[in-house]
Design a protein around this ligand. Sequence first.
Ligand code: 13P
Ligand code: SF4
Length: 306
Amino acid sequence: MRTTKDIQDEIMRLKKEKDFCILVHAYQAHSIVEIADFTGDSYGLSVQASKVPNKNVIMCGVRFMAETVKVLSPDKTVYLANPNAGCPMADQIDIPILKGLQEKYPGYETVAYINTSTELKTICDTIVTSSSADKIIGNIENDKILFVPDPNLGGWIAKRHPNKDFKFFQGGCPTHMRITKDEVDEAKSAHPDALFLVHPECRAEVVELADYVGSTTGIMDYAKKSDAKEFIIGTEASIVEHLQYECPDKMFYPLSVGLICHNMKMTTLVDVLNTMNGTGGEEITLSDDVIKGAKKSIDRMIALGG
Ligand code: 13P
Ligand code: SF4
């Protein structure tokens, strides 16, 4: 039987032989993080995507992430390691719905979370991620913001920019939205000395109880640098696993057993190997018009967030 190590070694060999770069979102399994050229949050992955030196790129994450790589590096051959991995939040809003909101709120700047389809991005002004939204909204001159599709991230940002008028679409991440205030209370009484770190995709009543609010990378950096020894992690379970590897002297507790993104968990190490061997994965193709249209709003994110 092949072991995890056998497959990882084969992937490392093929990376050099076939000139592959492997980009890995922080919600992937630790065995996949170990073979990554870059692991990070959605903003970090986008910045990396625009400067990849390799001919071929594999995204281990969900579909909109692979499409963002293609938009930023259209001359590269870009693959999504598991073609079934999508983001349910990205499917919540389409072009007709957004056009309806834009007609309802004329004069508002359309700011979309990166967790949206590439087609939708063609009619947005600016894209944001959880780690860049605060800075980007601060850099936007327009004080009227139409924020889609996540009202939890949008509401958290709106509180930090009280001078701006926000309108929201009522979408959201099914994984993070499941978390309740009662679960936070339970976790805090089970671990009274632990700091509570949370992702802004959680509901406001959950985010309000946090010691730190940030992206996946933000949460990991905070835990690594903190003098505290115990942490309740209010985001997808894989972050608990990565932190256990990186900080053996600290304790990490998942906020809830429900904090699993099943789409992020679809990709396996063997999917990555099969993609490299041409027997798996999906090559991302987008029309020139979609690439051109989406690139404007994604470039604006990188310019305003950098
Ligand atoms: P970040 O890694 O940017 O925090 O995003 C979290 C997420 O839910 C990605 O789908
Ligand atoms: Fe989408 Fe939520 Fe999964 Fe991220 S965690 S990919 S936002 S469903």
